[in-house]
Design a protein around this ligand. Structure first.
Ligand code: SF4
Length: 483
């Protein structure tokens, strides 16, 4: 499909929206009406009063015009609404999230709520302006309501610490994270861990000097349990020595892959103060696990959960992905019910995302994803078992433009997930691939990036420390200082 824009430069939103209907989209800009392709195009021409939009797809043609209301929504939003209605008419279907292309719908709801008097007015805006389906409005409202007390109790100088261990036993076919397989980069691990501990020590000292209060810790990656048990102990011991863990409300370690998580590592995680782990089956089907390049079986996952319970973890998250190659609606439901039967305190349901850096996209592995909506609809089973949605985000290139939702048993909501997703609290990141986000008292936000890959992180560690200084300089600029 070609998107032809005439006399219109501000095209980010309309491009994103069109991409949601037509995955393979090319965009070109023109100063006058171009020669039209024989088929498969959208032509958007800016006129003095608004836009003329025509479409040709699948042998069908249609067109519409919109006159911009100067007192209405943003010009591009009015264009998107008109285009959406035209696409919906020609294709015979809309999108669950309507014209919303952003990744954080709950945040949008919260921002609108600040200016509207009643939540009901915001809901009407979601329905009538953004054309969001009733089902997604309900989901968004449920998450909004559950998060509000957490957000209300936050204080400006609170922060969370993210620690990145960007190694994995092998690369999953859908992975787009900064993660290196231990087969190719195992020799970097000890040097990486030594520098990481140094960065954690430096961060702790500077945070103390700046008067910040640590609320949650999240160790992710990659897979933190991909490093050896002594290395894991080195990192966790450093954290324990540097911070007063008695004041930390939540400490999560991703023990995501059963092929590198054993009882010894789980004991280390528990011993050094973590109170929440994530053990991720992704699916309960061995065939699907094989298709996505995971080296473990479902039996390995069960063994890992049993070990975590034995060690004493009473807060376990399990990630599932809807839309994996070779999976079926029945298979997905079986995985969902399996997590419930295992008593997972959190179940996070992701929708498969076709990121450019993933092997699925690189190898151009096309699968059929028609069943994803039916899989996501199975999430209603969770409500029947007492789980409530407590955080949510969307990603670009997600199959069928659906969402990722964290569900929780009451009292087990992960605070870190709410903070990071809603960007309401400063997150200081240590390690390769980490991004620190400094949040100011008026909601200002500054991102400071660490190097992406372990080899850069090891080679130019002085730059990492300089970037940490930038993080704390920003905190001071936002007025944070020791009382
Ligand atoms: S376990 Fe996670 S980080 Fe590691 S390769 Fe798989 S998706 Fe990527």
């Amino acid at each position: 499909m070609q998107l032809l824009l005439v006399n219109y430069d501000t095209h980010y939103e309309i491009e994103q929206l069109s991409r949601m209907f037509f995955r393979q989209l090319t965009v070109s800009k023109h100063t006058s009406t171009p020669a039209l392709p024989e088929k498969d195009y959208i032509l958007i021409e800016k006129s003095e009063t608004g836009f003329d939009i025509s479409i040709d797809t699948d042998g069908k043609q249609d067109k519409t015009s919109v006159t911009i209301d100067p007192d209405g929504a943003k010009e591009e939003m009015q264009l998107c609404t008109a285009a959406y209605k035209l696409y919906e008419k020609v294709l015979g279907h809309g999108l669950p999230w309507g014209v919303l292309t952003g990744v954080r719908p709950v945040r949008l709801m919260r921002n609108l709520y600040k200016t509207e008097e009643k939540l009901q007015d915001v809901i009407e805006k979601f329905r009538n302006t953004y054309l969001v389906s009733d089902e997604k409005i309900q989901l968004c409202t449920d998450v909004f309501n559950l998060q509000q007390p957490v957000i209300d109790s936050g204080k400006p100088k609170d922060y969370s610490l993210y620690i990145s261990i960007p190694f994995c036993p092998s690369r999953c076919s859908y992975c787009s994270f900064v993660s290196t397989s231990i087969k190719s980069a195992g020799h970097l691990m000890q040097g990486y861990v030594d520098n990481l501990c140094e960065e954690i020590r430096y961060t702790a000292r500077k945070a103390e000097e700046t008067g910040l209060n640590l609320k949650t810790i999240y160790m992710g990656g990659g897979t933190p349990t991909a490093i050896t048990a002594p290395m894991l102990e080195q990192v966790m011991k450093t954290v324990q020595e540097c911070f007063d863990l008695s004041k930390v409300e939540e400490y999560t370690v991703e023990a995501g892959r059963p092929d590198c998580t054993d009882i010894e590592k789980l004991q280390i995680i528990k011993k050094y103060g973590a109170n929440r782990v994530s053990i991720n089956p992704q699916t309960f089907s061995d065939n699907v696990l094989k298709a996505i390049g995971r080296n473990h079986s479902h039996a390995d996952f069960l063994r890992c959960v049993e070990d975590a319970r034995k060690v004493g973890f009473d807060s376990i998250n399990m990630d599932l992905i809807a839309g994996l190659p070779e999976d079926t609606v029945e298979g997905f439901e079986k995985s969902l019910r399996g997590c419930i039967e295992l008593g997972a305190e959190n179940i996070t349901v992701h929708t498969l995302t076709m990121k450019r850096a993933s092997n699925l996209v690189i190898r151009n592995e096309e699968h059929h994803y028609d069943d994803v909506e039916k899989m996501i609809a199975k999430n209603s089973i969770l409500a029947e078992h007492g789980y409530k949605p407590y955080y949510m985000y969307r990603q670009k290139s997600t199959v069928k433009n659906l969402e990722n939702v964290g569900f929780s048993q009451s009292g087990h909501e992960s605070l870190y997930n709410i903070y990071i997703m809603e960007e309401i609290q400063t997150i200081i990141s240590c390690g390769a691939g980490g991004v620190s986000k400094v949040v100011g008292p008026k909601g200002e936000l500054k991102r400071i990036y660490n190097y992406k890959y372990p080899h850069e992180y090891i080679k130019d560690f002085a730059a990492i420390i300089a970037r940490k200084d930038e993080v704390f300089d920003t905190c001071r600029q936002f007025g944070y200082q020791k009382d």
